[in-house]
Design a protein around this ligand. Structure first.
Ligand code: ADP
Length: 543
């Protein structure tokens, strides 16, 4: 199909004309097979979680036509990825790999540079290459989703013994989420920390394996992460230095029992003391998973829409109205979901200990599964923490019409002071812009991901613009206090990268040196994480 005959003109990447791009794409179609390369000339239909489009970011925060590829291709294996990378170097077309392409709230399947070619790895490279049941590890390709890995373990009869750490929604790629350093709910909730060994195609088309995989004949690729000499894995996470085609992942052995509980706190000010109490419980591993400390309003958004509340003139939920809903749902101003693992004798003792500690906060109420009705989120939480996929988080998508998510996700120390400071600051700023601040703290051993959910109506251009302006203001507010984000939407990656500015931005200078050395033609994901190849720097590509 010729671009000029298309219903929608395909975007052209920098340095190309419609004609030169078409010649290049026809060449790629010769290499990969005609059916595996498709022009992005389709209407931009947002779809939904189960039908995420490859044409654009379905939760667009900019104009839907801003971050769009010129075409999509579907490599079958590592060799096809190498051929595509070599093609990109020959024709100087920017390319953008995705594993599944959901990446909701962070840019979806969209590339950063308009007119890039998207490599949808997941469609044909979706094999679970091995499961080592004795050592509890597997080797996977990009298209393996949490739900498919879970089902595979059930099918081969080890699902009860080996668990997958599932994140909020299980349709994402296990590899994509680990590369983005996403989090889940079990002791293996830090996904990147539990990957083990990579196969990577470099931006000039070489194939490398990291760790023990770099040795011919080694059987420890998925057992020992480091190998010999420098450890390269880190440079392939949140970067534009390589396309990962295989990844080892650790599976969580069933710990032999589980006790899931929720604690509800009656006052907003309880945040401070609660986090101070939780801090030693985390660092001493008394609580062994990645527990969650969530604002009552965020919890309520699973059951209610914004219009179920009384709102002020800015659209902010009135405190009295929230109180009523909290009573109705039997939650709190803040709710803490956690789990202790092990045989009954152990979990009973640990639970009693945790209860005693948190019980020091006046009015705290504790709930276990038997205390709550069947529709209560605690039952879903029990699934997350035992590696069972659930789609419950989709319920939140009814909060406003055409609801889209965007996340503001700063890192906080596990300290009452930091948590309170960040939460209050974000609430104030978001309310000023007319957004309810919906906080969740995912608590790690020493630090928390403070994930704030922006829910906006993507069909309302004014609301989108306001959401973007608000999140930009938040990034600046936080940077002034030395608070940085762990991950951000495509449209904000330049701004966030600039906040990591110690020693005159030494880290970005280092990142750019690596980029120039590995990717001399600047073809791989220009702009990802704010890292631009030399041809693009200072030419107005930054947002
Ligand atoms: P999800 O798991 O949510 O579907 P994606 O597959 O969209 O996530 O991946 C998220 C982002 O991670 C992509 O936009 C891309 O920048 C990067 N990414 C995903 N898979 C790979 C890969 N195999 N190699 C390199 N980068 C990748």
């Amino acid at each position: 199909r010729l671009a000029k005959e298309s219903p929608r003109k395909i975007p052209i990447p920098p340095g190309h004309t419609a004609q030169s791009l078409e010649v290049a794409l026809r060449d790629l179609a010769e290499i990969l097979g005609q059916q595996w390369v498709k022009f992005n000339d389709v209407p931009l239909i947002d779809g939904d979680y189960h039908a995420v489009p490859l044409s654009h970011d379905s939760y667009h925060i900019l104009d839907p036509d801003d971050l769009v590829p010129s075409a999509v291709c579907w490599p079958a294996d590592t060799e096809d990825v190498v051929k595509t990378v070599k093609w990109a170097n020959k024709w100087k077309v920017p390319i953008w790999p995705i594993s599944v392409g959901r990446n909701l709230g962070y840019g979806g399947s969209a590339p950063r540079v308009r007119g890039s070619l998207v490599l949808d790895l997941g469609r044909r490279m979706d094999r679970i290459l091995s499961v080592d049941t004795e050592n509890a590890v597997c080797l996977i390709e990009p298209g393996v989703q949490y739900v498919t890995l879970y089902e595979h373990l059930q099918e081969i009869g080890v699902g009860n013994d080996l668990w997958v750490d599932v994140p909020d929604l299980p349709g994402g790629s296990v590899m994509g989420n680990a590369l983005e350093r996403g989090v889940g709910y079990t002791p293996y909730g830090d996904h990147w920390a539990h990957h083990i060994g990579l196969e990577v195609v470099t931006p000039t088309g070489e194939v490398i394996r990291t760790g023990m995989g770099s040795m011919e004949g080694s059987e420890c690729w998925q057992l020992f992460p480091y190998g010999y000499g420098p450890h390269q894995d880190g440079i392939f996470s949140q970067s534009n230095y390589g396309i990962v085609t295989k990844m080892g992942m650790e599976l969580l052995p069933n710990p032999g029992g589980v006790r899931v509980f929720m604690a509800a706190f009656p006052r907003r000010e309880d945040l401070y003391q609660a986090i101070e109490i939780i801090r030693p419980l985390m660092i001493k591993k008394i609580i062994g998973n990645v527990p969650m400390f969530r604002l009552g309003l965020q919890d309520a958004s699973l059951y209610k829409t914004r219009d179920d509340f009384e709102l002020d003139e800015r659209g902010i939920v009135k405190p009295d109205s929230l109180k009523k809903v909290i009573e109705e749902l039997k939650t709190g101003e803040w709710v803490f979901y956690a789990v202790v693992y092990g045989p009954d004798e152990i979990t009973q003792a640990k639970y009693e200990y945790v209860k005693k500690q948190l019980g020091q906060i006046n009015g705290t109420k504790f709930y276990q599964r038997e205390d709550v009705p069947p529709e209560h989120y605690l039952h879903n939480y029990a699934h997350y923490t035992t590696g069972i996929p659930t789609w419950r988080e989709l319920d939140r998508m009814k909060w406003v019409p055409n609801a889209s998510h965007m996340f503001f996700a700063p890192v906080s120390a596990n300290s009452g002071q930091d948590a309170e400071r960040q939460s209050n600051m974000c609430k104030k700023r978001m309310e000023e812009y007319g957004f309810n601040c919906l906080d969740t703290f995912f608590i790690g051993t020493r630090a928390m991901h403070h994930v704030i959910s922006f829910m906006y109506n993507r069909k309302d251009a004014e609301e989108r613009t306001r959401a973007l302006a608000c999140i930009r203001a938040l990034i600046d507010d936080c940077a002034k206090l030395g608070i940085g984000e762990y991950r951000t939407h495509l449209a904000l990656q330049d701004q966030v990268a600039k906040t990591y500015n110690w020693n005159d931005g030494a880290i970005m200078k280092f990142n750019e040196k690596i980029k120039d050395a590995l990717d001399p033609n600047g073809i791989l994901q220009p702009g990802r994480s704010g890292i631009w190849p030399k041809e693009y720097r200072g030419k107005g590509f930054e947002l």
